[in-house]
Design a protein around this ligand. Structure first.
Ligand code: FPP
Length: 258
């Protein structure tokens, strides 16, 4: 039975995932890429459950990037169809499990059918608070920064008042804390334009595991790596406290004290 553990400091409040490796997972099995994406949906459903069970409050996944339109038309339309199927198959259970679905991305350029399905999923789960699952769809980190600037200006924020806090309020995920842990599966070591603004101090974990193989055990491995990291946010951190920094080191060595 799933047990929700209370939130502790070593558990990230917000985990962001680049779900990479679906195509290679399929190719290894001599299957079409679309079946890799289908297996990717199954992995996502399990990881959502596991995240909620571990007390993670926010999970954000890169489902379709603003660059993914460059893929063959057949793969793009396959991903759109898969999204519709996945929502109709899993929405009821996600809702019952207390998952709130939110969408981050430019929905102006997606089909009306897909846009409505995404907005309906948001509306259907608006009362849930156990885990917020943000599906980044037609999303790009640079798009997000630009649209935040545009919305801030449209809201009348003056140039000299446009500071980090003001811009954060207009980012697509202004409702969520910044990601603590950024995971990328599939072996590539790059951010690929995901959550550029929000991930300024995220701990990065890259794994060779292909996304369809990512499960609760893999999540636990990433969480264990995260728990070992010392987060300093530009400060010296606990290991540097009390040593007096470079001034102390210089005066200690020049005074001849041990
Ligand atoms: C990257 O793998 C993955 C994607 C571009 C899509 C991720 C989508 C899912 C996990 C399914 C859920 C989302 C929707 C839209 C239904 P890749 O295809 O780049 O893998 P490769 O690097 O091995 O080719």
């Amino acid at each position: 039975m799933a047990v929700t553990s209370p939130h502790s400091e070593s558990v990230p409040r917000h985990v962001a995932i680049v779900m990479d490796g679906n195509g290679r997972w399929a190719r290894k099995r001599f299957m079409p890429r679309g079946l890799g994406h289908k297996a990717g949906v199954d992995a996502l459903v399990k990881v959502v459950q596991a995240s909620a069970d571990r007390g993670i409050g926010y999970l954000t996944v890169f489902a379709f990037s603003s660059e993914n339109w460059k893929r063959p038309e057949e793969e793009v339309s396959g991903l759109m169809s898969l999204l519709l199927v996945a929502l109709s198959k899993h929405l009821t259970k996600l809702k019952a499990d207390g998952v709130r679905i939110r969408i981050a991305g430019d929905l102006a350029n997606v089909s009306e059918k897909v846009r409505n399905a995404l907005l309906d999923a948001e509306a259907a789960t608006v009362g849930n608070a156990r885990l917020t699952l943000t599906v980044a769809f037609n999303y790009g980190g640079r798009w997000d920064i630009v649209q935040a600037c545009q919305r801030a200006i449209a809201a009348g924020v003056a140039a000299d008042k446009l500071d980090e806090a003001a811009l954060s309020r207009h980012m697509a995920m202004s409702y969520a804390p910044d990601p603590d842990l950024f995971i990328r599966t599939g072996g590539e070591v790059r951010l690929s334009n995901f959550l550029l603004w929000q991930s300024a101090y995220a701990e990065l974990v890259f794994t060779e595991c292909l996304w369809p193989d990512f499960d609760a055990d893999e999540l636990d491995r990433a969480l264990a790596v995260y728990a070992q990291r010392e987060r300093r946010f530009g400060d010296v951190g606990s290991s540097g406290q009390g040593e007096g920094g470079i001034g102390h080191a210089l005066s200690a060595s020049s005074s001849g004290n041990p």
